[in-house]
Design a protein around this ligand. Structure first.
Ligand code: 13P
Length: 287
């Protein structure tokens, strides 16, 4: 059964580790992530962007697929199904479809409007026993066609949003989605420290987990990050493994064209990436 992410992230914050949010794109992604979490006895959050939700034929399809897998694959570790960077309307759709967690990304609104809309969603998610993530300070990079510049959030605005009753907070600290450019200055630990001092026990979320060096990840966890989002890295490892299979001509040998064979190396590559991340984040054995 799906659970909200509230308890797993409270435990992570208290225990000084982070739970990974791995974004899903299809059946192979979902199965690879769930099986890895079960094998490592780790809690996990499945992230679904609005674009990926549309690609997978809508939020209800996603809920049906994930619930089916939890039962048929006998997954017993805590699993949350979470809308990633949701619009207000997208959040309402996911509440209705049966997600267990949502992120409202109001970072592009003036702070008053972000506060007003987040407040509404606090009320709605509480009524449904779901968890809610809010965002202050836009995360850089491109996601679903929206390009953010990777700003650092204002710690006072973070406190304002954290006090509304949300469950965890994403704050920009110089992180960006996708690959980091060669001239990236790294995470702003000064900003993160100031945010944690003002927001106390609130679990903090680090977006753009792909390509952040391990020492920075560990320092971020020390400073209160309890959820780390990873998307691009699974896409890169899936693509590399699939490319290798085809370049070696394996799709042309025997029934190598069967999707169950063609997609197997990519599936295994996602599993390996998720395992590596869970080990770095410290969530192994914490289910
Ligand atoms: P990456 O694609 O950089 O791993 O970021 C994922 C993310 O933050 C999803 O919200």
């Amino acid at each position: 059964m799906l659970v909200s992410a509230t308890e797993m992230l409270k435990k992570a914050k208290a225990g000084h580790y982070a739970v990974g949010q791995f974004n899903i794109n299809n059946l192979e992604w979902t199965k690879a992530i769930l099986l890895t979490a079960q094998e490592l006895n780790s809690p996990v959050i499945l992230g679904v962007s609005e674009g990926a939700g549309k690609y997978m034929a809508g939020y209800k399809t996603v809920v049906g697929m994930v619930n089916g897998m939890l039962e048929e694959l006998k997954i017993t570790v805590p699993v949350a199904l979470h809308l990633d960077h949701g619009s207000y309307e997208g959040c309402l759709k996911c509440v209705e479809a049966g997600f267990s967690s949502i992120m409202f990304d109001g970072s592009h609104y003036p702070i008053e409007e972000n506060v007003a809309k987040t407040k509404e969603l606090v009320k709605i998610t509480r009524e449904h026993g779901m968890s809610l993530e809010a965002e202050v300070g836009s995360i850089g990079g491109e996601e679903d066609g929206v390009i953010g510049m990777g700003e650092c959030a204002d710690p006072n605005e973070c406190k304002m949003i954290a006090d509304l009753g949300i469950d965890f907070l994403a704050a920009g600290i110089g992180n960006i989605h996708g690959k980091y450019p060669a001239n990236w200055k790294g995470l702003s630990f000064e900003t993160l420290d100031a945010i944690q001092q003002l927001t106390g026990d609130m679990p903090l979320v680090l977006h753009g987990g792909t390509g952040i060096p391990t020492d920075m990840i560990k320092k971020a966890i020390d400073l209160g990050v309890s959820k780390i989002n990873v998307n691009t890295e699974c896409q890169l490892s899936f693509a590399a493994a699939t490319r290798k299979y085809i370049e070696e001509g394996k799709d042309q040998q025997g029934k190598g064209y069967d999707p169950r064979k063609l997609l197997a190396p990519g599936f295994d590559a996602i599993k390996a990436t998720v395992k590596e991340k869970m080990e770095i984040f410290g969530s192994v054995g914490k289910a």
